[in-house]
Design a protein around this ligand. Structure first.
Ligand code: ADP
Ligand code: MG
Length: 890
């Protein structure tokens, strides 16, 4: 294979790689197919509200009102188009996010090991992958250990298959090609070095990519509630319209007029803008979260984040910087200090504040730590960079500071076998050949695990038990402690078993510092203010975890309780839940414990967000209400199980995502609380008109005719409501408790608001209609009188909507105390007013909509009446705030 692809074990040269990239193109799959625009438009008609409108249009046509039916049908179609465009944009926004999360592959290029964007891989590249990774291209396995891949994406088989370098028959099925790793599959265990044979569309996955179907339709609990609500509303509206028709008919309306009245009611009380505006609000949230480094993979998580009560977060790299530096070395009974910072190997060894030449015991320790290690430190273009886990890079840097070259040492001690580091076992073991007839076994890991496998300390008469006291001392200052030990083994073997390792010699301890992430501390404080419980879940030592917990402000002091993962095993879920709710720091936790933790917390009605990065974290991420994977450090397995991916692995981004989730939910509520009551008001105005108004010359007097209602509902209603999707977060967003789970969407407050605003709007419109009609009745032209009166009613409703919109910018704060933000609201208002001016004054519009010009006095009167909605709603908000001050404060 290596020959056929004209490459080598050191990979391609940079020049050759560039040539091949030209020839084969980038390693990208064709975009997954989206639903076609036509499907999207058709889907808009699944909405019962749209169907009722279409039905109304048909009725209007049957009863001879051509203009009405044309306008109604075109309004429905335009609205469906808007909805479809919005959905398309939302789907695109989500797709585009795929490329935001960087996907890197460890690749040999020009003799260096580099982290290369997977899109730049070419056939012939030599790459390395570890468990949890997603295979970036079709790869021929050259060297593998314990390798198993899950080929679900390709064969639909979820059981991992073994992979090894042995060649297979040429013509066997995909599932039997055991020496090949296929693009899109995931490594379940083991590690591999292999050569890329096909990229992009040439891969097996690329060949079937056409079959991968459409992105799922946005569907969230809130949206499901809303669909449910839409259905209910439709039923009610249909029933009321039918009753209205009956009443009108009995009152002596001509059949045609009775139908028109029923159709008007339907058009008036359907909040048409609702579906499209919800999609916009969600798309806005997705984009804003991405800008704050949280990539949303599933839309429901936006809402769930808003009601999250507990966040369980990793420590290393999420709450801390994840850039480790070895500070303390303990060997032969002495505790040394190592200076320097960053990856640059500059620093000196000190003992009791005096610099000294490293003694042999210390060299022995760092040599072993650098050999039992997969990290690489390299100098390119004048800066030192590391490849590998931060813990291991720090050990290589420490060795280098003391003059030990990791590469030379690794050559001197060729590695025969490896048991890689695992969060469950917490150690790493390597087997090496060395001169003579003995092999060397090196092990490094968490001190408890290592010390119990040792029987003496190298170079000193020290009790093993007292070593653990040193560990506690280092850990109490927040350091991560790694113990290193060595053993000799007779014979020549290429296989090592963890059970064999007993009676080793402890070489020493290394203490690594990993400072708290500067953004984590304020983010934690903000989450605490928002009523969220933050729990730190780490594989580290309890004392280390506690010290970092104090630094982060998670726990008050060093007496705080720390729960050990192993304690979970003895507890029943209920007991565990109570324990877990009261503690903030969880140490020596294994990935399996995370799942139990999430499950336990959920039994007590908590909404849990959980972070993770490893393969074994996937079940916990799936179980959590919001699974959060790390974008940089996370394995593909974790990312695929997650709802949200953090681009920068940083806890601060989780807090930001919670804030955006709450904001989005608030904005959806604002939309609802704007659209539903105003629709009610319009419906009510028609209802009253039909039931109570006189019939003049056989023609019923209606305060608003269907065409005008369509104008209000579809034109001004939409322009006014859309800007709410961009509404800023209210100041108290992160100062109030999370929304209770299962809290009904239409609580008492919304119902009261509907009645209040609805009655007020209807009363103002009808009142002014009657006043104006009375005034103008003296005119010879009764039609003009009616037109003016109706225009007055419509204008009042539009203006009341404008005023009410400002009240809807905040759910609980009175408009009189709101800051001037969100320019789009003003834009919407100006657009609405301009359009409505045309409605009132432009002759063609007057012909179409049966409107007439109003005088200044009439405009002022209408505006003044409409403005009544401001004080009325402020009083309502004030009363609601008083009823439950805590929740609604601000
Ligand atoms: P965290 O949850 O903070 O990421 P880890 O699971 O990575 O914790 O590490 C748990 C413990 O395992 C550490 O305290 C350390 O003692 C040990 N350890 C971490 N990384 C390595 C490694 N590469 N090799 C050996 N031991 C390690
Ligand atoms: Mg870790």
């Amino acid at each position: 294979m290596i020959v056929a692809l004209d490459t080598s074990h050191d990979g391609l040269s940079i020049y050759e790689a560039a040539v091949r990239l030209q020839r084969h193109g980038r390693n990208l799959l064709a975009r997954t197919r989206r639903a076609s625009p036509i499907t999207l438009v058709v889907r808009q008609f699944e909405n019962p509200l749209a169907l009722v409108l279409l039905g109304s249009g048909l009725l209007a046509y049957l009863f001879g009102s051509g203009t009405d039916s044309v306008v109604i049908v075109s309004v429905v179609i335009v609205n469906a188009l808007i909805g479809a465009v919005q959905e398309l944009r939302a789907a695109k926004a989500i797709e585009a996010l795929d490329s935001v999360v960087p996907d890197f592959t460890t690749t040999y290029r020009g003799g260096f090991l580099v982290q290369l964007s997977s899109a730049d891989l070419v056939p012939g590249d030599m790459i390395m992958l570890e468990r949890g990774a997603r295979v970036p291209a079709d790869v021929r396995v050259c060297f593998a250990r314990n390798l198993q891949a899950v080929e679900l994406a390709l064969t639909g088989e979820s059981v991992p298959v073994d992979k090894d370098p042995d060649p297979v028959e040429e013509r066997c099925s995909l599932g039997d090609r055991r020496c090949m790793l296929f693009s899109g599959t995931i490594l379940a265990t083991g590690s591999v070095r292999g050569v890329v044979v096909a990229t992009g569309a040439a891969t097996e996955l690329g060949k079937i990519a056409k079959l991968i179907q459409t992105a799922a339709r946005p569907d969230t609990p809130l949206m499901r509630d809303l669909v449910q609500f839409g259905k209910r509303l439709t039923q009610i509206i249909c029933a009321v319209a039918a009753i209205l028709f009956y009443i009108a008919y009995r009152r002596g309306f001509p059949l045609y007029e009775a139908v028109r009245a029923a159709v008007s009611l339907a058009c008036a009380s359907i909040p048409v803008a609702l579906p499209a505006t919800i999609t916009i609000a969600l798309a806005v949230a997705v984009r804003r979260m991405a800008a704050r480094n949280a990539i949303v993979r599933t839309l429901p998580s936006i809402e769930t984040l808003g009601s999250t009560t507990i966040i369980c977060s990793d420590k290393t790299g999420t709450l801390t910087l994840g850039e480790m530096t070895a500070r303390r070395l303990w060997a032969s009974g002495h505790l040394f200090e190592l200076t320097g910072s960053g990856y640059a190997p500059a620093g000196e060894l000190r003992l009791r504040d005096r610099a000294l030449e490293p003694p042999e015991a210390v060299l022995e320790l760092v040599r072993a730590a650098a050999v039992c290690n997969d990290a690489i430190l390299q100098l390119s273009w004048g800066t030192w960079s590391g490849v590998g886990s931060p813990t291991e890079i720090a050990l290589v840097v420490a060795a280098r500071k003391l003059g030990v070259d990791f590469a030379a040492e690794r050559n001197r001690l060729p590695r025969r076998d490896t048991i890689p580091f695992d969060a469950t076992t917490r150690y790493m073991i390597t087997l090496h050949d060395q001169p003579g007839d003995e092999q060397l076994v090196l092990v490094k890991g968490a001190p408890e695990e290592i010390v119990k496998r040792c029987n003496r300390v190298a170079g000193a008469e020290v009790e093993l038990a007292s070593v653990l006291e040193v560990v506690d001392l280092l850990a109490a200052s927040g350091m991560r402690v790694i113990a290193v030990a060595a053993a000799h083994r007779a014979g020549l073997s290429s296989h090592i078993d963890a059970a064999e390792l007993q009676g080793a010699e402890l070489l020493g301890l290394i203490g690594l510092v990993d400072p708290p992430h500067p953004e984590a501390i304020p983010a934690i404080a903000s989450c605490h203010g928002a009523g969220l419980n933050i729990k730190m879940v780490t594989g580290d030592h309890p004392a280390t975890a506690r010290a970092i917990g104090v630094d982060l402000g998670l726990v008050p002091d060093r007496d705080a309780q720390v729960v050990i993962g192993a304690e979970f095993e003895q507890l029943r879920p209920r007991q565990l839940a109570r324990l877990a709710e009261s503690a903030e720091v969880f140490a020596r936790v294994e990935p399996e414990h995370k799942l139990r933790l999430v499950e336990a917390l959920q039994t007590r009605n908590n909404v849990v967000a959980m972070t993770g990065d490893g393969v074994n974290d996937a079940p916990a991420l799936r179980q959590a209400d919001v699974g959060i994977a790390m974008g940089r450090r996370g394995t593909a397995a974790a990312r695929e199980a997650a709802d949200i991916i953090l681009v920068d692995d940083n806890f601060g981004s989780i807090a930001a995502a919670v804030e955006e989730g709450r904001r989005c939910f608030d904005n959806l509520m604002k939309l609802l609380i704007f659209l539903v009551p105003t629709a009610m008001g319009q419906g009510l105005a028609i209802l009253i008109g039909v039931i109570a108004f006189p019939i003049v010359d056989g023609v019923p007097l209606l305060p608003i005719i269907p065409l005008q209602i369509l104008w209000v509902n579809f034109v001004t209603g939409v322009t006014l409501s859309v800007p709410l999707a961009w509404e800023r977060a209210n100041a108290n967003l992160m100062q109030r408790a999370p929304r209770a789970r299962g809290q009904p969407l239409f609580g008492r407050e919304l119902i009261v608001r509907c009645v209040l605003v609805g009655v007020l709007m209807a009363a103002s419109a009808i009142g002014l209609f009657l006043w104006q009609y009375d005034e103008a009745r003296g005119l010879a032209d009764t039609d003009l009188a009616l037109r003016k009166a109706q225009t007055m009613a419509v204008t009042t409703i539009v203006l009341a909507q404008v005023f009410y919109l400002f009240q809807c910018r905040s759910l609980h704060t009175s408009v009189f105390r709101l800051e001037v933000t969100n320019p789009s609201v003003y834009l919407g208002v100006v657009a609405t007013l301009a359009m409505h001016a045309a409605f009132v004054y432009a002759p063609p519009m007057q012909d179409l909509f049966h409107s007439a010009a109003l005088g200044i006095e009439e405009l002022v009167l209408s505006a003044a009446t409409a403005a009544l909605v401001l004080p009325a709603v402020s009083i309502h908000k004030w009363r609601a705030r008083r009823a439950s001050p805590e929740e609604r404060a601000g």
